[in-house]
Write a protein that binds this ligand. Structure first.
Ligand code: SF4
Length: 362
């Protein structure tokens, strides 16, 4: 398949890895931002094929993992109400809340449905006018345009029984937070190609300059990732710190302006609480006041939520690149994909799930 197979050619990937081996002179710590990158790196064994001087640490770019516990509990509270059809992407159903998850709500008779697009949720609202239909609008810049579009569609079609529980987060403020931490070990970033397809990469230029850190935008195939690491190592070895686009077949500097205008029409920036990490200023989006009637938090008045996180879960440290999954005492013992204690073991983009799935136990 064009644009996929040629980026999986083993000889090409080996050639790039050999180039990395030739130029690396010292130890470097590189963070891949996105959980999709983490899974691809482990799936294709790139983490094991790199020279030992290159350490990959895993970033916070897994939307399911960073959705705050408070919002998960709010989702569960809303989904438990008798007149509600609660729609969500599938991964969210098994994410542990303080007491239970959305699957348990469904098992107890709640109407929790998996959808593949927020527009499916709008259609469900249209077909069930006697019900309140709520969509769990989670995600990074990648999901924001479609999530925002669902609200625009609902308004255009006069659908009053549709609302969204918003948990939109953004990558650049999280990079600022990671780089500002006194414990930060990250010396270079692999930025996520799909986020940059929407937003472009102009937002990363001041980050590279301010923190003197190379940032390379990559795709998700093994050759994309190997080339991204090579370009990052080249910059580190040359003591340069700029933004490079190693995914030009999808990413431009300015991104998808139509998608950005849809985001800006519906959302405005806000502080967001990231699960396990805490509040990062201006790191997310919320509905603008003119769209408040579609705000599920307002519609259902879910405010006084008391959260209770698992005391053993260290996913917040993993998402900041400070720990690896096997360093968690629960990894693979009392925490498994079948019995997850934290969101990073649930999500198809979670680092703990990747280590478990691909047998990285140490
Ligand atoms: S292994 Fe489980 S408990 Fe440990 S950090 Fe990962 S999700 Fe949390």
């Amino acid at each position: 398949m064009r644009f996929i197979n040629e980026f999986r050619e083993a000889p090409l990937v080996k050639g790039v890895l050999e180039q990395i081996r030739r130029i690396v002179t010292r130890r470097w710590v590189i963070m891949e931002i996105c959980g999709g990158q983490t899974h691809a790196l482990l799936k294709y064994g790139l983490d094991q094929l790199l020279p030992e001087q290159i350490e990959l640490v895993h970033g916070p770019g897994c939307p399911v993992c960073v959705t705050s516990l408070e919002l998960v509990d709010k989702a569960i509270a809303i989904a438990s109400q008798p007149n509600v059809i609660f729609c969500s992407y599938g991964d969210m159903l098994r994410v542990p809340g303080s007491e239970r998850d959305l699957f348990s709500v469904r098992a107890m008779g709640g109407q929790v449905r998996v959808v593949y697009s927020p527009l499916d949720a709008v259609r469900i609202a249209q077909g069930n006018p006697e019900k309140e239909v709520v969509f769990f609008a989670i995600g990074f810049e990648t999901t924001a345009p479609a999530n925002a579009m669902s609200v625009i569609q609902a308004k255009a079609q006069g659908i009053k029984n549709y609302s969204v529980l918003v948990s939109q987060v953004c990558v650049p403020p999280a990079m600022h937070a990671i780089l500002s931490s006194p414990e930060c070990r990250v010396q270079g970033f692999l930025a996520a190609g799909h986020v940059c397809t929407v937003m472009g990469y102009w937002e990363y230029l001041p980050i590279a300059e301010r923190y003197r850190v190379p940032i390379v935008v990559t795709g998700f195939e093994p050759l994309d990732l190997a080339q991204g690491i090579l370009r990052c190592v080249q910059q580190l070895e040359n003591d340069s710190a700029t933004v490079e686009n190693a995914y030009p077949r999808a990413v431009t500097k300015d991104g998808n302006q139509t998608a950005q205008s849809i985001i800006n029409k519906v959302y405005e920036p806000c502080d967001r609480n990231w699960r396990g990490i805490g509040t990062i200023p201006m790191s997310g989006w919320k509905l603008r006041p003119e769209w408040a009637e579609y705000d599920a938090e307002k519609r259902f008045g879910v405010h006084d939520i008391q959260t209770k996180e698992s005391p053993v879960c260290i996913s917040g440290l993993i998402l900041q690149g400070l720990k690896k999954p096997p360093e968690c005492p629960a990894f693979g013992t009392i925490c498994t994909p079948q019995n997850p204690l934290g969101a990073t073991m649930v999500s198809s983009e979670g680092a703990c799930a990747a280590y478990y799935q691909y047998g990285r136990n140490a």
